[in-house]
Design a protein around this ligand. Structure first.
Ligand code: NAP
Length: 479
């Protein structure tokens, strides 16, 4: 397979910027260095904000049809380079190649959706109750946007923020994760080729704290859009308080996956495998706590064990037959061992797996744990790895109580063929999203986001562009 030219420089004001101070980027499947990125900080972030602020008046006034054409060109270029972008993504992120191709399509879909939508950002005329006054509302871009994205979707988390921001007429300073920066830089190269003007889309790589802090402190940055952990989301919110920035926070989850005795068990198993093991368990919407009704617990467990045993772990970046790659780094591998050991120490049973795999990278066996209780770390932490944690329940009320007993509120899943029960569950689960008889629900045309400690704001859908738009009320005296 042909690989993408790996760009190893940041992008500020249309120029590729290098630095003597570098950060290495590692392939997590082999622990080998792929390349390096400039380790930039405060000064370069300020330069990127300067560029974005300077570009804003022109980009925001560029006709939406022109912005739409540029974004559509970007979309087409991304799809034209799908296999190269996917190969790059798998190499730096460890994701299975088929999943990476899926992410490139998913990511491109946001660019197309918001390109189409930016011509429909209509204002309002409000019928006036005063004969001497006319009331109008216009929608305007918020200004310079700071976007901070995680490593687990190195392509799609960027387009999900930057496409609506650019479509709305905002300019962007992006900080991708230092673990997977090359997908971001490849996207930027295609953005330039598509005709996105200099300064409109900037990428600063390097020290997360100083880049993040500079974006939050600068009053010219009017909005921060962040996807990542709840801990960093809370920190950014505090840092944004002095400048009262608008915020979108897409944070961690702790998804319940509830299987009732009247569910289609084969479908539930298939969807659970897809949900739990997507990106080797490293997604925010992964099924985290598997709640199975007591009467079918053993049957469900045995079907699940059969299915998990068939999963192939390996060098996902070069072997098409591999379904599960490595974890992103040593810290995450250590976390799997800690969660399993803590659960075993407190009485859990390890039905399958439970150990690291000696394959050269950060590999961990697909694992199934039962006999769990709420005191175990695995019951309240976001696992972010290939571990299935199963809990029995007796009644609908109990399932709901366990499902909602968490600070997180991103995705949830429920499987039952009983329609009234399905409705009750869909309405009563305290989550931003509910998958009803499905383990897969995310796409560009529906609103993605959470409640409680999973954050606020929505990405995708007709609501996604609102995050980058402010309303202006115009009151016209016609007397
Ligand atoms: P993270 O540690 O919070 O990092 C996310 C981003 O923030 C990275 O670019 C990181 O940079 C940066 N960052 C770290 N410390 C920072 C600081 N002090 N100031 C500013 N930026 C800082 O999260 P992660 O481990 O990369 O991602 C996994 C988390 O993201 C999980 O909790 C997952 O559930 C969540 N997630 C949520 C969604 C959603 O839509 N709700 C989607 C995907 C992932 P470096 O990587 O360079 O350090």
């Amino acid at each position: 397979m042909q690989h993408f030219q790996v760009i190893q420089t940041a992008l500020i004001n249309g120029e590729w910027i290098d630095s003597k101070n570098k950060l290495d980027v590692i392939n997590p499947a082999t622990k080998q260095k792929i390349g390096s990125i400039p380790n930039l900080g405060v000064k370069e972030t300020q330069q990127a904000i300067d560029a974005a602020a300077e570009a804003f008046p022109i980009w925001s006034k560029t006709p939406p049809a022109t912005r739409a054409n540029i974004l559509l060109k970007w979309h087409n270029l991304i799809l034209q380079h799908k296999s190269q972008l996917a190969a790059l993504l798998s190499m730096e992120g460890g994701k299975a190649l088929e999943e990476s191709r899926g992410e490139i399509e998913y990511g491109a879909a946001f660019v197309r959706w918001f390109a189409e939508g930016c011509r429909r950002v209509d204002g309002d005329i409000i019928p006036s109750d005063n004969p001497e006054k006319r009331y109008l509302v216009i929608k305007q871009p918020v200004g310079v946007v700071g976007a901070i994205t995680p490593w687990n979707f190195p392509n799609a988390m960027i387009t999900r923020k930057c496409a609506p921001a650019l479509a709305a007429g905002c300019t962007v300073v992006l900080k991708p994760s230092e673990l997977t920066p090359f997908s971001a830089l490849a996207l930027a190269e295609l953005a330039l080729e598509a005709g996105i003007p200099k300064g409109v889309f900037n990428i600063v790589t390097g020290d997360a704290e100083s880049i993040g802090n500079t974006l939050c402190e600068d009053p010219r940055v009017r909005k921060i859009s962040f996807t990542g952990s709840t801990r960093v989301g809370q920190l950014l919110m505090a840092q944004c308080a002095p400048t009262l920035k608008r915020l979108s926070l897409e944070l961690g989850g702790n998804a319940p996956f509830i299987v009732f005795e009247d569910a289609n068990l084969d479908k539930a198993v298939k969807d659970l495998i897809a949900s739990r093991f997507r990106n080797n368990g490293q997604t925010c919407v992964c099924a985290n706590r598997i709640l199975v009704q007591e009467s079918i617990f053993e049957t469900f467990l045995s079907k699940l064990v059969d299915a998990v045993k068939k999963l192939k772990v390996g060098l996902a970046f070069k072997d098409e037959s591999v379904q599960l790659g490595p974890l992103i780094n040593q810290e995450h591998l250590d976390k799997m061992q800690r969660l399993v050991q803590d659960a075993l120490d407190k009485g859990a049973e390890c039905v399958l797996g439970g150990k690291p795999l000696d394959m050269g990278g950060y590999f961990f066996e697909p694992t199934i744990l039962t006999q769990l209780n709420p005191t175990m770390q695995i019951s309240f932490e976001e696992i972010f790895g290939p571990i299935l944690a199963l809990y029995p329940f007796r009644t609908e009320e109990e399932a709901l109580q366990i499902a909602n007993a968490t600070h997180a509120g991103l995705a949830s899943y429920v499987f039952t063929e009983n329609m009234p029960r399905l409705w009750r569950m869909m309405e009563n689960l305290e989550y931003g999203m509910v998958g009803a008889n499905t383990g897969s629900m995310s796409n560009a045309i529906t609103p993605f986001g959470g409640v409680k400690h999973s954050g606020f704001g929505r990405e995708g859908s007709k609501y996604g562009i609102d995050e980058y738009i402010q309303l202006k009320y115009l009151c016209l005296d016609v007397s």
